[in-house]
Design a protein around this ligand. Sequence first.
Ligand code: TXA
Ligand code: MG
Length: 322
Amino acid sequence: MLSEADIQDAGDVLRGGGVVAFPTETVYGLGANALDAEAVAKVFAAKARPSFDPLIVHVPDPDAAFALWREVPALARTLAEAFWPGPLTMVLPKADAIPGIVTSGLGTVGVRVPRHEVAQRLLRAAGVPVAAPSANAFGGISPTRAEHVAVPCDRVLDGGPCSTGVESTVVGFADPSDPDAPPVTVLRLGGTAVEALESVVGQPIPIAKPGAKLASPGMLERHYAPRTPLHLVDRLEAVDPARLGNRRVALLSLQGETGRGMGFTHIRALSPTGDLTVAAAHLFEVMHELDRCGVDLILAERVPDHGLGRAINDRLRRAATS
Ligand code: TXA
Ligand code: MG
């Protein structure tokens, strides 16, 4: 358990321009004062992150979020009410106070209100908005436990394993001058299911293709990747075990059962009961583990493409080497 003194100390570090790794319900973040460009630069340096990839700003409540945007559309208020605190990031034109380094020079800023108790306490102690990417080296697997945080920083707050386990869903809003555009677009799949967003918005929500005009700069094709090559297949049944040869191969699949007897050196199920929300919570942890177990190849099987399964498949696709 983190003491109040630990939280206050980390808040002081943030206010003083330092960098703090902290838990959120999605993944661990690497935070700095979002209003302090030099502090934010330390985060880019620690992650070796390219400066074209904008950061998400974290605040403890919706009013603090609204203060970071130039205007707040009614639909953003509705989504805030429905999904905050939680794994949803909303991108809107930014207030002047946000320095360009946070947004990679874009005129918009992504903001979210995390639900994790430690994140909430830290943000209140800091008293400043906190810009935080996931606390992994750029392109690597996101950390879902304090032990996974392997980048330089001033403090690491250990809040245990993350409950959601994949990053927040990022959404953008249509330009008010374009009445034909869909009101909301998903820029990155994540911990809030598209179906849940659609039920609040009341219409289908498109998902931006990487490279599209609205797409997130962070939607790189190769991302979230282990060092071990990862190969993604639609169905394990279609894999001929003879083709695995005498390589040491680990299987990562939803339930694991179908891989028994196929010669895998390790089999890891994301959720033995096939629950996609549970699977999302375990995804990065299992990827970290299989990356360390000394196999030549990780064979991953796609999961059903609905609910959080869509975010899981998105991460597996980006982790795949070919
Ligand atoms: O769950 C999360 O979102 C975690 C935790 C720490 O909050 N954070 C996270 O940050 O995943 P990061 O830096 O790994 O991913 C942020 C992504 C960017 O790569 C980009 O895709 C999108 O959010 N993003 C941020 N600001 C944006 C903007 N102004 N316009 C478009 N996309 C933006
Ligand atoms: Mg990341």
